[in-house]
Every structure is written in structure tokens, then in C-alpha cells.
Ligand binder design. Sequence first.
Ligand SMILES: [Zn+2]
Length: 339
Amino acid sequence: MSQHFLLSSASRTFSVVKIAKMTEKQAETFFRKIRWSDTNGKPVCPSCGSLSHYNLSTRDVWKCKDCSKQFSVTSGTLFSGHKLPLKTYLLAIAIFTNEVKGMSALKLTRELNIQYKTAFVLLHKIRDALLETRDEAPLNGVCEMDGAYVNHYVRPANNIEDRVDRRRFENQSPNKRCIVVVRQRHDGGTEYIGSSRTLTYVLHNENPTGIAQIANVAIERGTEVHTDEANAYDNLHAHYNMQRVNHSVEYMSEEGACSNNAESYFARFRRFQHGQIHRMGNLYISNYANEIAYREDTRRMSNGEIFQDISEKCMKTIQSNEWTGYWQGNHRISERLGA
Ligand SMILES: [Zn+2]
């Protein structure tokens, strides 16, 4: 039997130690080369695109000779106005990269000796970068689609006479949400290697309208789609080659219908939910769900490649108003629901 990919040296091409040994100047150079890859790290004014600038020696800030605006390597990016040393952000990305089942903000507070809010915002900025830069081109080939509930648990009352029927709508948790995952199976010929692309969405529940809207944006018409027997997927028969598997009877039908790739996604997601972060606020479920999709899709990349990819995504994502002034009470106000 061949060696598992994650045990091979090809899977580990960098380490946190390597980042920890960097100087602040080297961390800045790293970010510059990612941000201004076309000029090999030479600063380009984010306001007017000019290459001429003065070096302001007091800080790592440049002043544009053409428009006189000052800028740094992080201006206009996710890390704009950063307060921590750049190396700390690189360390955060490095630790985030290696936590294959996701990580909690509390863990990052300990790793970097930073406050909880700082760690929470930093992790969510990275998650935002993953979501903002995800490839939303519709999936094709052979896809699987499934849903799973979060924040739905209602604790039964202590005394049996006080307990309610938790299947009834009025007794369910108002915080209940459904994560819908669509995965495109890897086209690897006869070799079975799981999925190659994953898209996630959040609904109030697994309902026919929401499912149809998601399929409409996430899956090309005519694609072979594997789902379970839930009636929310019945409407998809009009536009897709549907393959259904009845999970109360079997995990794979005789015709080969199965949603095992979708189940693999939820397996990692549940480990993240129950084993790492414990509490999943509804405002951020879309980010959490997509983070696990990213981790599933990059599972066969080396950690050095993933680190580079996440760093690039962070530098490409423009500063979001959602996270500026988080400390002053500016919080996200609405959930990202549906397609
Ligand atoms: Zn300029």
C-alpha cells in the first residue's frame, strides 16, 4: 500500500518555525512580493498606480510622487491599518493553514498572545478572504448535494411531563440553519479521489425553493446530481440528471448513486463545529461553512502551497467595512442566506 499523502514529505513544504525565524523586514518583503507580484515587490501606489514614491524612513510607509498619498504594503487590503507586526499576521495565516479541522479564536489568542477580539476578527478576515475569492463558476460533471442542520438543538426539559415534541415547528430552535453543500466529483478516471470543488450555502431549512435556487446558480443544467431521498430535491429532476439514494436502506444504490462526498464534507465540518469552535454564530455560518469547503478542496495540496494561496487571497481581498471599527461596536448586521 502506498504511503498516505499527509505522511509524505511532499505534503509539508513549510513550517511555523520558518515564519517565526523571519524578521519584520522579511515579513514585509513577503507581503510586498504577493501584493505587487507584477513588479516583484516594488511598491505601486494603490490610488493612482504610480511607481514613483518617496521612502518615509520613520515607518514602512511610502509617499506617492504623483498623487502625494501615503500608503503601506497593506493599504486597501484586508490588513489595512494593521496594529500588530506583519510577522504576527503571517504567523496567524501559518497556524490557520496547518489546522486542517479549523481553529478557534481562543486557540489563536494563546498561540500569539493577543486579545480574544483581535483573534476573532483576524480569523474572520481570513475566512472572509476565502469566501470573497472563491470560484463561483457553476459546477458540472458529476455533483453531489446535501444539507445538514446547525444550531438546531433544543435541550429536553428535565421532567418528562415538561418535555415537548421537538419535531413540531413551534418547538424548534429559531436559530436553526441548514448548510447546503454542493460538491463536484473529481474526474480522475477509474481512480476514486473524492471531490475537486465545493460550494456551500446557508438556508433556514432544506426547502424545495431554496434548494432549487442554489442548484440554479451552483450547478450547470444537465449535470448528473446525486442526492438523498429528501423531497426538497424533487424539483431538480426537471433540469438535472438526478440520481437518488435512500439512506434508510443503503449508502450507495445499485446504480451507483451516493452522496458520500457530501458526507465527507459534513464529517470535517462537524469536527470543526464540535471539536474546535463549539459555538457558531448565525451571522458567520456562511464563512465557517466555506472555510471547511476550502479545507476539503485543498486537502491534497502541500501546506506551503495552501499558506501561499491563503496569503495571496488575503492581500487580494479589499478592506471590508464590516471589520473596520469592530472594536467600536461595528458588527455585521445580517446573515448571508440562500444562493
Ligand atoms: Zn499615487
